[in-house]
Design a binder for this molecule. Structure first.
Ligand SMILES: [Zn+2]
Length: 683
């Protein structure tokens, strides 16, 4: 095992992760060794007979737990962005051991008592606030992990946790496999009328790579979305719509990828785990570490927004129907007409199209503009740097503070590709932490599924894609600009889940500011910045159909919360919950074959279970926080410094509400959210 020490790159924590050297065969020995080291450290601390203190309990555990987290984070990351059969097998093979380790840790009664002793000791009050918070979080997590349960229940909870982890991983695999499996080769160019040239060029290149003379259409976002929005060929839109909406379902290409049984089992086990811990249902457990205090509070919050947004959604839909009938000759609006009709109406009403706007957003300009915002607000500088990566076009950046000191680094993996999960996300690669004299700086993974460049043309992004990039970068800033030095509460760690989207949604606002866009645009052919008149039309169109979009999010949020609270997992099918929610709130009809739930990874494979409402919840916070910038000047370094000091830098070291109030001087109000979405005056 000691030999592996020097040669296993997964065990090398001395510098940037050695993505160029890490192979699947490094995973089992590295994970074995790190788990063994962590278990030994835990046993030492638990068996220690001295009075428990921060220094003899939390301190000795920080390093071994951090190393295991980092190494496993690399494995999880590679499985998500560069999935191969070998990586997937390795990931699945190690996952039960990782899950078992964490369950054992959370159920360790002796260690739980050591933390309780710290909390009860006279020296506790003298600890810095971040450490007190970390101890409180530990105690909470021991309770939620079942530390106080009798042995039999503990063992059952552990088995449940392991199966849940495996089911979540399989859920993702099924969506990825079903997405990658599907392709449509189109031989006749006329079938693709309306589809933007950039998309066609990629479809052409993809077909060529497969030895086909036509165009290859896929279900990856950079292809699927433009086909739905622009293809004049209604039958083509319908074909792709059905393929997309039935991914990983009973109606999909392969029963092996059907997530239906996975979902039912997940719900059963989550419910069982909640009962074991003494809660009524999974939603109640899920809310313990969140800002929201009860299921009723969340449902009330969502339904209040439904009440406000639904009239706008009904108006939006009626407009769209009328337009489709008179201008497009579509007697009724099918689900595969929605994006298309919407884009046409938008183009007509506001005299621009996303594809036209996109010509002004080449990647280098967008990145420079994004960095300019962050540098101006927070007094940092961002410079491209070098580190080994998992893919040639992945980039790596240093973030320095005003004095030139390195404070963090991030990877940027922008483009959609086969073997990479869809969607966009931020993940922590390394967390900020002090170990004696050494300060470990944070590192973030920023992952998007944007359109890549083709044939030597620079990549250009739609305005929506630019917003996605700003969003993920906002998460990155939360991770990188932390000043907390205590493991578990620095960066995004320990932040209440329903507040996590605050920094990310906050960043999106800058994509709607002229002073920002003016500097961040250059037409790909002429180099001219975005014309002011075009920006004004974009702004006028900003809230175009925001009612429909808001209602859709609220539908997901309600479905998720009701599924995890009011639904009996052994009773009716989960689809019945979704159908009921749709009857309550939805405005646009869905296709009968629509199996959206089967690819709803946020709640079945991600961390959003009984937490999807977080997007709206945090948007109240982010919109209200941004209104302080609207008052001070959107690129005000003073407002930026305060936002960094009171929100970004604090991480999980104190409650999100406390951070918000410290920044805003009062509790959050709904006004800014309604105003930003064009719903300030009731219809
Ligand atoms: Zn986010």
């Amino acid at each position: 095992m000691n030999v592996a020490d020097n040669t296993n790159p997964l065990l090398d924590f001395s510098g940037p992760t050695r993505f160029d050297a890490i192979r699947v065969e490094h995973v089992p020995p590295a994970i074995d060794q790190l788990i063994a080291a962590a278990r030994a450290a835990i046993e030492d601390v638990a068996a220690d007979s001295r009075p428990a203190t921060w220094d003899n309990v939390a301190e000795p555990l920080a390093e071994p737990l951090d190393r295991l987290d980092r190494a496993w984070g690399v494995v999880r990351h590679l499985n998500a962005v560069a999935s191969t059969p070998e990586w997937r097998e390795t990931y699945h093979a190690s996952l039960p051991r990782i899950t078992a380790f964490h369950t054992d840790l959370a159920q360790n009664l002796r260690l739980f008592h050591r933390y309780r002793e710290i909390k009860a000791s006279p020296s506790f009050i003298g600890l810095e606030a971040a450490k007190r918070r970390a101890v409180a979080n530990e105690l909470r997590d021991f309770r939620l992990g079942g530390a106080e349960l009798p042995a039999r229940e503990k063992a059952r909870l552990k088995a449940v946790d392991e199966e849940l982890a495996e089911l979540s991983a399989r859920f993702d695999d099924n969506v990825l496999d079903a997405t990658n499996d599907w392709a449509l080769y189109v031989a006749d160019r006329s079938e693709l009328a309306g589809v933007p040239d950039t998309v066609l060029a990629q479809a052409r290149a993809a077909a060529e790579a497969d030895g086909d003379a036509g165009w290859k259409l896929t279900l990856h976002m950079p292809c699927y979305l433009p086909v739905q929005s622009y293809a004049d060929n209604r039958a083509l839109r319908a074909t792709l719509h059905r393929a997309y909406a039935t991914r990983a379902s009973d109606l999909g290409a392969s029963p092996a990828w059907d997530n239906g049984p996975v979902i039912r089992r997940l719900l059963e086990l989550r419910h069982e785990a909640a009962l074991l811990l003494g809660y009524a249902h999974f939603a109640e457990v899920s809310l313990v570490p969140k800002m929201a205090t009860s299921v009723d509070e969340v449902l009330g919050f969502l339904r209040d927004l439904v009440r406000r947004a639904r009239p706008y959604a009904l108006r939006d839909y009626a407009e769209l129907q009328g337009f489709a009938r008179t201008e497009l000759g579509l007697a009724d609006l099918a689900p595969w007409d929605l994006a298309y009709a919407s884009e046409k109406l938008k183009a007509k009403r506001f005299a621009f199209s996303e594809q036209e706007v996109r010509r002004y957003f080449p990647e280098h300009k967008v990145l420079a503009g994004l960095f300019h915002v962050a540098q101006t607000l927070y007094g940092i500088s961002i410079r491209e740097s070098r580190a080994p990566t998992w893919q040639d076009d992945v980039r790596f950046f240093d973030v320095n503070d005003a004095s030139g000191t390195l404070i963090g680094q991030f990877y940027l993996d922008n483009y959609a590709r086969p073997g990479k999960q869809g969607g966009a996300w931020q993940d922590d690669a390394v967390n900020r932490r002090r170990a004696g004299a050494h300060l470990q700086h944070p590192v973030a993974f920023l992952i998007c599924d944007l359109s890549a460049s083709t044939d030597g043309h620079p990549a250009t992004f739609t305005h929506d894609e630019v917003i996605t990039l700003f969003h993920e970068f906002g998460h990155g800033l939360h991770q990188l600009l932390t000043r907390v030095e205590v493991a578990g509460v620095s960066g995004i760690q320990g932040v209440e889940w329903d507040a996590v989207e605050l920094p990310s949604q906050f960043m999106e606002n800058f994509c709607w500011e002229w002073s920002v866009l003016e500097q961040m645009t250059a037409h790909v052919d002429t180099g001219a910045p975005l014309p002011r008149a075009m920006f004004d039309r974009m702004l006028a169109a900003k809230n175009f159909q925001s009612g429909l979009a808001t209602i859709r999010y609220l539908e997901f949020g309600l479905f998720d919360m009701l599924l995890h609270s009011a639904h009996d997992p052994r009773g009716e099918a989960p689809q019945a919950v979704l159908d009921a929610v749709r009857r309550e709130v939805a405005v646009a009809p869905r296709a009968s074959y629509d199996r959206f739930m089967h690819s709803f990874a946020h709640i079945f494979a991600g961390g959003y279970a009984a937490g999807f409402y977080s997007y709206q919840w945090a948007e109240v916070l982010s919109a209200d926080a941004y209104s302080a910038f609207e008052e001070a000047g959107v690129l005000s370094p003073a407002a930026g410094a305060k936002f960094r000091d009171e929100v970004l830098a604090r991480g999980g070291s104190r409650g999100a509400m406390e951070s918000f109030v410290a920044f805003r001087g009062r509790t959050p109000q709904l006004d800014a959210l309604l105003r930003h979405n064009g719903m300030a005056t009731p219809l």
